[in-house]
Each structure stands twice: as C-alpha cells, then as structure tokens.
Design a protein around this ligand. Structure first.
Ligand SMILES: Nc1ncnc2c1ncn2[C@@H]1O[C@H](COP(=O)(O)OP(=O)(O)OP(=O)(O)O)[C@@H](O)[C@H]1O
Ligand SMILES: [Mg+2]
Length: 243
C-alpha cells in the first residue's frame, strides 16, 4: 500500500503542538497480508480529510484504526497527544462514546428504535438530562432535514434519510473528532453527497475535524485534503474483494 497526498498541504508534518488526532507508522495486516503500511497523518481542529481509493484499498480499515475500533499491527494512534491504540477495548469504547462520532459504511442504525431514539442514543449513554437530550435531538433533526420523521421506525424512511440519521447520531454528543464512511451501493451519488456536504458544513461550524471516506470527487473537493489509498489487494482469484 502506498500513499499519495495530491492536495496542497502535506499530510506529513512535524509540529510541536498536539494534533487532535494523529497516527504514525500505522500499519495493519490480516493474517500476514499487509493492508496498510506506514500511514502518517495529523488532523488539526476543523480540518476535513477525504480518504479515497478503490474498493478494498483499506479505507474502512484506516477509519476503524483511527477510531480505535481496530488495533494496529504496528505504529501508533493518538487523540490530543495521548496514544490510545494499546488501550483495552473497554477504555477505547469509552473514548469513542465521549469524544468520537462515527458514521459506519452500513449506517448501523438500531432498527428497534425510532429515528429520534437513534439520534438520542449517545446522549442517553452519556446520561445527559432528558430536557437536554430532547432539545439536542430536535435541533439535529431540524439541521439534517429530518424534522417530521422523529417518530418513524428506521424501516419507514429512505436510504438517504437513514444516512442523515446516522450522521445526526454521530454528531449528537458534539464529539471532538468525526469519522464517516460514505455508504456505497444503495444510494445514488447525489443523495449521498448532499448528506455528506451537510455533515462537512456542520463539522466546520463546530471546528471538529472530520475523516471522511468518500468515492465522490465532488465531495473530496469540498474537503481540505485528500489521502489517496492506492492499489487494492487482489485475492487469489484475481478479483478485488471488499466488505
Ligand atoms: N475482517 C477481515 N478479515 C480479512 N480481510 C479483511 C477483513 N476486512 C477487510 N478485509 C480486507 O482488507 C482489505 C481492505 O478492506 P476495507 O474494507 O478497508 O476496504 P475499503 O477500501 O473500505 O473498500 P470499499 O470501498 O469496498 O468499502 C480488503 O482486501 C478486504 O478484503
Ligand atoms: Mg469500506
């Protein structure tokens, strides 16, 4: 895996101040097969980083490593200057709950809960007061054009609306870092890009850095920088696999 950063400001930088999120010499392999090798990056407040690359090039893997959902094979990941990649699962879960917001590629909404309950979930896990929770949920539903849909079940809304619910949920507790894996397949590019543009705007308004996996050149051009992951790994059948 090699990395290329075509936009102006370099990914590799050494600065004295701690980045909000950073990784160095980050590598990951499945059963000895390298997926990512020696990734270096830092994210400062409000920076929006697009991650692009072909299917199977390791975009979701990188996002999961940076969000503490996977443990690297080598290298380090740090939040506000504190390395966390070797923390226990429990401690990393707590870090995610409090400080990170993640939009997964499959949305990962909870079908038993309504739209509003899904958005409220991180706030309830953080035990915020009910009034604060309902005010925050109302604000987010309005912000992501879901105003009338709070009481709907997840199977009663469209794919684009589900994506916006997942974004609203990831942002509900005002995380310090946002991660989003743009959904593929089920949504047309324009619908997906609209929701993601709204997320970029909301992240910038809060000065929250965002790592955004996107297939869209239009979306990437709205970001501050692009990290391009090159060369998908081919499986023994010569096909590129993806999750
Ligand atoms: N749990 C796993 N076990 C083994 N290999 C895996 C696993 N998850 C992913 N991979 C492999 O790692 C590589 C990178 O996968 P990843 O999901 O990060 O790709 P991606 O760039 O996000 O692809 P896509 O654009 O299709 O979402 C692929 O070759 C994939 O088959
Ligand atoms: Mg992926």
């Amino acid at each position: 895996m090699s990395l290329r950063s075509p936009n102006t400001s370099p990914i590799l930088r050494s600065q004295q101040t701690a980045a909000v999120l950073s990784c160095s010499a980050l590598s990951f392999a499945y059963r000895g097969q390298p997926i990512l090798t020696d990734v270096e990056l830092r994210l400062d407040p409000g920076e929006v980083l697009a991650v692009r690359g072909r299917s199977g090039s390791g975009k979701s893997t990188l996002l999961h490593l940076l969000a503490g959902l996977l443990t690297p094979s080598d290298g380090e990941v740090a939040f506000e200057g504190r390395r966390f990649d070797q923390w226990s699962d429990r401690r990393r879960s707590r870090l995610r709950l409090k400080s990170f917001g993640v939009v997964f590629q499959n949305g990962d909404l909870i079908p038993e809960l309504t739209v509003a309950e899904n958005v409220a979930l991180p706030l309830q896990l953080l035990r915020l007061a009910p009034d604060t929770v309902s005010a925050r949920v109302r604000e987010l539903l309005g912000q992501f054009d879901l105003g009338d849909l709070g009481d709907r079940n997840i199977d009663q809304i469209s794919g684009g609306q589900m994506q916006r619910v997942a974004i609203a949920r990831a942002m509900s507790h005002r995380p310090r870092v946002l991660f989003a894996d743009e959904p593929t397949g089920s949504l047309d590019e324009e619908t997906a890009a609209d929701a993601v543009s709204a997320m970029i705007g909301a992240a910038r308004a809060l000065d929250t850095p965002l790592v955004l996996v996107t297939h869209s050149q239009a979306v990437a051009s709205e970001c501050d920088r692009t990290l391009e992951l090159e060369t998908a790994r081919a499986d023994p059948l010569g096909e590129t696999r993806s999750r």
